[in-house]
Design a protein around this ligand. Structure first.
Ligand code: ATP
Ligand code: MG
Length: 144
C-alpha cells in the first residue's frame, strides 16, 4: 500500500530513487495520477517506478504514442502502463487507444502524466502525486 507522504527531492536521481522505492509497496491495480508542470519530474518518477518493478528497457515520456506498456516479470503485476496526456484535448482519445483495458486492472500499475486531462476517465480512488518545482534542482513530491 502506498502511504500519503511528502518528499523533498534534491535532484533527478533522488526523484528516481523515490519512485523506485515506492515500487516495493505496489500490489497491482494502482493508478498514479501525476500532476506538475513541464520538467517537474513526472517522467523521472515513473522511470524510478519502472526500475523498481524490474523494467530494463528505457522508459521515456510517451508523447507519441501517448501510451507505453511494459511487460513485467513481477510476481503479481503483469504490466506497467505509462500514459502522457499532454497532447490530448480530452480523455476520449485514451478510450480509443484501449487505455481502459489497462487503467485499474488488478495485474497492471498505471502512471498518468498530466492526469488532469484524464480525470473523467479515472476511478474515484487514485494515488495523486503532485510535483512542485522549488528550484532548478529541488522538487516537492506530495502523495495523497
Ligand atoms: N529533483 C528533481 N527531480 C526530477 N527532475 C529534476 C530534479 N531536478 C532537476 N530535474 C530535471 O528536471 C527535468 C525533469 O524532467 P521530466 O521529464 O521527468 O519531467 P516531466 O514532469 O515528465 O515533464 P513533461 O511534462 O515535459 O513530461 C529533467 O531535466 C531533470 O534533470
Ligand atoms: Mg514527462
Amino acid at each position: 500500500m502506498i502511504k500519503a507522504q511528502s518528499y523533498n527531492s534534491k535532484g533527478p536521481e533522488a526523484t528516481f530513487a523515490f519512485g523506485k522505492q515506492l515500487a516495493a509497496d505496489i500490489s497491482g491495480g494502482e493508478i498514479f495520477a501525476l500532476y506538475g508542470d513541464l520538467g517537474a519530474g513526472k517522467t523521472a518518477f515513473v522511470q524510478g517506478l519502472a526500475a523498481g518493478l524490474g523494467v530494463t528497457q528505457t522508459v521515456n515520456s510517451p508523447t507519441f504514442p501517448i501510451m507505453n506498456i511494459y511487460k513485467l516479470k513481477h510476481k503479481k503485476i503483469k504490466s506497467l502502463c505509462h500514459i502522457d496526456t499532454y497532447r490530448l484535448t480530452d480523455g476520449n482519445e485514451l478510450t480509443a487507444i484501449g487505455a481502459l483495458d489497462y487503467i485499474g486492472a488488478v495485474d497492471t500499475v498505471t502512471a498518468i502524466e498530466w492526469a488532469e486531462k484524464a480525470t473523467a476517465l479515472l476511478p474515484k480512488i487514485v494515488i495523486n502525486v503532485k510535483f512542485e518545482t522549488i528550484s532548478e534542482i529541488e522538487r516537492k513530491i506530495i502523495i495523497n
